[in-house]
Design a protein around this ligand. Structure first.
Ligand code: ADP
Length: 491
């Protein structure tokens, strides 16, 4: 087993990894930027080191500094979390060269999967169905037009080195093609330093279905079933669940085998995700995410498997702790990403001080967060406050439990998207499981529903924020009082 792990990340995912370390008896080391001195993860770690100013390039993305801290602290492994350096082959290679274990796949696999066109080609070789499109980068207009003639409009142009939905441009007809191509290439160049783009058929309102896979150094590869991540805003996931209401046991077996074989084909070691789009009863490979994902807890809730612990076992050269036939998905889990953003103002980020914080609890609730009362969310990073995850015996119970958890959740001081999640959880089509990646755009009443919910809760919010102001010295008692108030108010 590895002896000491440096976590090259921040916020909730840093704590998530440290929790696994603690359960495994492995000391954890945090590194942090000057903006994160007061962050919870720096207190949770056994040791913590400041590595520089807030801009990520000068701290969390600085390969040399990260490696220096790892070596100085005596850590023999680095967990990169998600984002930052998690899928950077240069970083993985630097770790390999310095004799540090990078908790993720090899730099060779990261390189291959980071180039989405190369990944597509590789998946075709592995016999995985891909979205109709190009198996090469598209540089010129004429080339793009030829492809369009083959696959038809609408199409989507995507940066090959991309991520986070950045630079993806939908093309409805030939008239839009040149402008879309140039725009996508320009964004790809400025954001990813590479102008390479490729083209796919644009599927109408597909479902986003992804499979969690685990591969060890002994050649064992298994899958832990699927997650559905169709509830997205601007191609970014907002609500995830497992299992998907659209996937039958037969399809799960088929897609799971395809995903595990794809991972085996590229020699994948570690935890990863094979993403698919699902439309018209067919599934198409989208991309591989070679890291632990934000939404991994929903899989953990239904399978009972700790994915981060498996990552640590894998890097230590141990076999997976389970075989495919032992994997069972029980019940249903849903995750809501709770962000500091203003739902009434285009969801712009609203970092700032959390005056009072009370997170939900009770049966079937998990909250992964890195915040606390009086913590100030810095403006430099992702404005996520927490991930609220619930488990229920079936999807209906998970939904009502999520409603109950959102109802208990109190965040005073920063605007957040809890009211929006409440609106989704009450939406009849969501409840029926009729999902698609355009769900939020098409459910035009969601914003109005949310406003109604906010209006309904306004007197309560005011009462609560008063209560918290007055009683901040006895925050725990006031939280209980708040819940009681809430009940009497609503009764
Ligand atoms: P990124 O890595 O930038 O997040 P992905 O390729 O994973 O990009 O796609 C993100 C989301 O964009 C998908 O979940 C889906 O909503 C949408 N998308 C991507 N490709 C297509 C496509 N060919 N047809 C329809 N929607 C797509």
């Amino acid at each position: 087993m590895v002896n000491k792990i440096l976590i090259a990340n921040r916020g909730e995912i840093a704590i998530r990894v440290m929790r696994a370390c603690r359960e495994m008896g492995i000391p954890s080391v945090a590194l942090f930027s000057e903006a994160d001195k007061e962050a919870l993860f720096t207190k949770y770690a056994d040791e913590a080191y400041c590595i520089g100013p807030p801009p990520a390039t000068e701290s969390y993305l600085n390969i040399q500094k990260v490696i220096q801290v790892a070596k100085g602290s005596g850590a023999d492994a680095i967990h990169p979390g998600y984002g930052f350096l998690a899928e950077n082959p240069k970083f993985a290679r630097a770790c390999e060269e310095e004799g540090l274990k990078f908790i993720g796949p090899s730099s060779r696999v990261l390189e291959l999967m980071g180039d989405k066109v190369a990944a597509r080609r590789e998946m075709v070789k592995a016999g995985v169905p891909v979205v109709p499109g190009t198996d090469e980068c598209v540089a010129a207009f004429q080339q793009a037009r030829n492809i369009a003639n083959e696959i038809g409009y609408p199409m989507i142009i995507k940066p090959s080195g991309g991520g986070g939905g950045i630079g993806m441009t939908i093309v409805a007809n030939e008239g839009e093609l040149l402008k879309a191509l140039e725009s996508s290439q320009a964004i790809a160049t400025t954001t990813f330093g590479l102008c390479d783009v490729y083209v796919e058929k644009y599927l109408s309102n597909p479902r986003h279905i992804e499979f969690q896979i685990l591969g060890d150094s002994k050649g064992n590869v298994i899958h832990l079933g699927e997650r559905e991540c169709s509830i997205q805003r601007r191609h970014q996931k907002l609500i995830e669940e497992s299992p998907s209401p659209a996937i039958t046991p037969k399809l799960r077996k088929e897609m799971g085998e395809v995903a595990a074989n794809a991972a085996k084909w590229v020699g994948y070691e570690g935890a990863g995700t094979i993403e698919f789009l699902f439309s018209g009863g067919k599934f198409y490979f989208l991309e591989v995410n070679a890291r632990v994902q934000v939404e991994h807890p929903v899989t953990e809730m239904v399978t009972g498997i700790d994915i981060v612990k498996e990552q640590i076992r894998i890097i230590s050269g141990l076999p997976l702790s389970i075989e495919q036939k032992q994997v069972r998905m029980i019940g249903s889990a849903i995750e809501c990403r709770i962000n500091a953003e203003d739902p009434l103002n285009g969801f712009v980020p609203t970092p700032g001080k959390i005056k009072s914080y009370h997170s939900p609890g009770g049966t079937g609730i998990r909250v992964d967060s890195g915040v606390y009362t009086s913590y100030t969310i810095p403006p430099f990073y992702d404005p996520m406050i927490s991930k609220l995850i619930v488990w229920g015996r079936d999807r209906n119970e998970a939904i009502t439990r999520m409603q109950r958890a959102l109802y208990e959740y109190i965040i005073v001081g920063t605007k957040n998207n809890i009211p929006f999640h409440k609106a989704v959880m009450e939406n009849p089509r969501f409840v029926k499981g009729e999902l698609g990646t355009h769900f939020i755009d098409r459910e035009t009443t969601l914003i109005e529903d949310m406003k109604r919910i906010m209006e309904r809760e306004k007197p309560l919010e005011e009462k609560l924020s008063h209560l918290f102001e007055e009683k901040r010295r006895i925050a725990a008692i006031s939280a209980v009082a708040a819940i009681t108030q809430m009940h009497s108010h609503r009764a």
